[in-house]
Ligand binder design. Sequence first.
Ligand code: SF4
Length: 564
Amino acid sequence: MEEFLLGLQKPARYIGQEWNVSKKDIDKAGVKFALSFPDMYELGMSNLGLRILYSLLNKIDDVVCERVFAPAADMEKIIRDNQLKLPSLESGKPLNEFDLLGFSLGYELGYTNVLNILDLGSIPLKSADRGKDDPLVIGGGPCVMNPEPMHEFFDLFVFGEGEDVILEVIDLYRSRKAEFKSGGLSRMGILKLFASIPGVYAPLLGTPVKVKKRFVADLDKAHFPDKWMVPYIQVTHDRITMEVMRGCPNRCRFCQARSQYFPLRLRKPQTILEQSKCLYSSSGYEEISLTGLSVSDHPGLNEILPEMVRFFKEKGVSLSLPSMKPKTSLGGMTELLATIKKTGLTFAPESASPKLREALGKDFNEDDFFKTLEESFQAGYQHVKLYFMVGLPGEQDLDLDSILEFSARVSELSRKVSGRPAQVNVSINTLIPKPHTCFQWFAMLGLEEMKAKQDYLRGHLKNRRIKLSFHNRFMSFMEGVLSRGDRRLSSVILAAFRKGARFDGWDEHFDFQRWMDSFSECGIDPNEYLKEFPADKPLAWAFLDPGINQEDLSAGYEKIKSIL
Ligand code: SF4
């Protein structure tokens, strides 16, 4: 493989050897585990879940865990033209020589990359076609909130947090490996054994009655890497990511992450400070981001931030926070952060209409928001990013107007404070009524409706300080279909892959017509998946229990209908 590297656009995607990478002898491993994020290296190396599992697995003496990402087109061509096999980054071992291959499924538009990785690694695409010499292919991550469209390609799905269950998977495999590899235990036999682990199911055995989500009970004691791998090329999130919480105290009715990461768990301030310092000293990174679903709700933030600022300021390390909830108590903190680095401010009101916000269940107080914003402008911030959604049931043109008015008000507040209007970047997404949310039964906008809303907003924008950006509506459509889909969609995904679909989450690679051709070929109308689902019929994902009370979801659904 080395002889081809210099001809590639970014060889560093494939060489491994990064700072703090695990260096274990794979040929001496009792269990060989390949861990994959099915997208480009730059995105995969920005994924916290992958880093946690990589570190955790490599702490086990007889386990070697190595990474593999989706190869770009130039690398794929080399592999196919030369009849090579996709190797892992660390040892260069071909994928089909691993015992277990785990995919972190973060985004439905990465599904065809999963098939490409299997294909390039010489692993049969379908679970039913694999034998004892093939790895067991395991799927985990956010998409397992409804993995049914991918059921044909996975031997096992793990529902919930990998750290909580992966050691049981390893122990079971280790204890049965010899029997399985010698043919004494059939593939179906070993799948049945794995399916007895809570949170794990084997789609080849049919749809189970109930699978309960696994989660780590005590986040403070949960494994977190003590060394941070440092890539040789710039990656998407090129910084240390310090997870401060899992779960969210808020109850936004549209939010799948709330169900996925339920219940709320916090890391203690002391642990966060110690781990941040440890990761900094092992990596030398110049930026640390505190991450979690709603970081500004962490009750220890008043303790964490001043100490982090004190420690990192003199080292020239900047801190960043994700999208913040406007709270008056945050004013002092934004000022604190501004002393180190004036990154932009990000807020997600989701809707500018109080009525729609109530339907969404979004806890967003406008008075607090504008007060926080004023303090932030006084502290020197000049750029604001706002996230809104369109496509809520009952939405009117007036609700779209209010997005533009709200954004203009944000910009003008800066003029009042500093004499200059702020640049406001407004990102507009279409609501995807996702599984395990109160919106899961509602219909999603079709392509023409999405276009009409986007055109309306573009046509009514008058303020030059406001920049609108829209998520690609064809990709939203596909995300809606795949996330709300059922087992029939495996054939469509396979057809799209056979027609050349790769990196569907990338605008420049996404080909909507190819997907439509694949639906036609399989005799499936994708629009069926965007229609309203009857509330009295079981949903494709109903057997997955994320721990959220189903009556709460139904009550939320009724509440939305009563508001709209
Ligand atoms: S949208 Fe954000 S604040 Fe609301 S429940 Fe989801 S993660 Fe929490």
